[in-house]
Design a protein around this ligand. Sequence first.
Ligand SMILES: [Zn+2]
Length: 402
Amino acid sequence: MTAPPHEARPAGPGRALPDTQQGMRRRNLSRVMHTVSSEGPLSRAAVASRIGLTRAAVSTLVDELIRSGLLEELGPERPGRVGRPGSALAVSGHGPAGIGAEIGVDHLAVCAVDLRGEVRAKAVRYGTNRGRSPQPAVGELAALVRRVVDEAEAEGLWAAGLAVAVPGLVARDARTVVRAPNLDWHDTDLGALLPTDFPLAVGNEANFGALAELWLGEGTPRDFLHVSAEIGIGAAVVVDGRLLHGTRGFAGELGHVPVRPDGPDCACGGRGCLEQYAGEEAVLRAAGLEPGEDRVGLLAGRAADGDEDVRRALREAGEALGIALTGAVNLLDPEGVVLGGALAGLAPWLLPSLSEELARRTAGPACPVSVSRLGPEGPLLGAAHSVVRAVLDDPAGVAERA
Ligand SMILES: [Zn+2]
C-alpha cells in the first residue's frame, strides 16, 4: 500500500529510515534542511549547535546540499566578529519547487512554490467542471501545469513533484479518485490521465487545506479539525500534527454526518446529511436564491447588505454545522476547530450560531472555533507545500532525481 500524498516519498522526520550509515546521513541532511528552512539564514556553526553535530560533520552535509542546489551561501557574514568569518546559509530560491494543483467544481488552478515557501508562478482557469468527463478537464489542467512549470524553470527552479487537490474521496494509492460527487467522477485514475516527468500525488482538498493550515497558519494547534466547503463539505482531522486518514483514506466526511435523520435524501444514500443544510447550494436554496458560479460572493454580499433571508439561511447552516461538529468534538476532543475554504468567507454569519450550538452540546469546555486566513487558497497551497515538505524531509531523495 502506497502512502498518502504528503507522505508519498520516504523519510519524513517521524518516519524511521533503516538505521544504517546511509539512513543516518539522510536523516541528518533532513535535519539541516529543516533547521535552515525554519530558522535561516544561519552559519554552519549555528546549524551545528542547533542540531548537536560537530561543525565538521555539518560542513560535509551542507556542502552536499549546496552541490544539490538545495542550500545556498549568502556570502561572508559581516566582518569584525571573532574567529574566521562564516557564510550565512539559506534555503535555495533556485532549486526544486513544489507544484500544487487544484481541480475545483468551478475552477482549475496550479502554482509553483519554492523551498522558501514563496509562490513563484500561478495559473487559474475559471469555468465549471461539473458533469465534464475527466479527460478534457485533466487535459486543461495538464496545460496549466506545463505553463507554470515553464515559468518556474525560467526563474531557475525545477519541478520536484506535483500534488493535485480534488473535491472527493481519493484511494490510498494517491492517484485514483474513487468518488467526486460534485464533479460526477468515479474511479478515475488521475495518474494515467496526467502523465508527468516528476512524482504525482493526488489527495482530498480538505486534507490539503488542513495541511496548509498546519504549516502556514498562525498559532494553529497540533490537534484540530479543519472544516471547509465548496458545494460539498469536507473535514480533516489532524492529530499531533498528522492527518488521520482512516482505513481507506476516507476519514473526514463530515458532510455526510446526519444532522436530521428524517431530513431530505442525500446523494450518498443517507438522509438529512450536513451537506443538505450547510453546503453552498443548500444555503442558496434555503435563502431562495439560484445557484450560480460565485456562490460565496453572492451569499456574503447579500448577508452584508442585511438580506434577512440570506442571514437566516446562514444562521441555520451554522446550527447544522454546530450539531455535526458536536459529534466530532465529543469524540476526538481537539484543541480547536478551524473553518476554511468557502466557510471562511461566510464566517461572520455562520460563526455565532455554530459556536452557540457547539458550546451548548459539547460535554467539556467550549471548543474554540477560528477562521482560516488562507480561505479558498488553502488546498492549492497545501498541495504545493506538501511537495516542498517532502523535499525538506528527504533532501537526498530529491537530489538523486535532480
Ligand atoms: Zn450524504
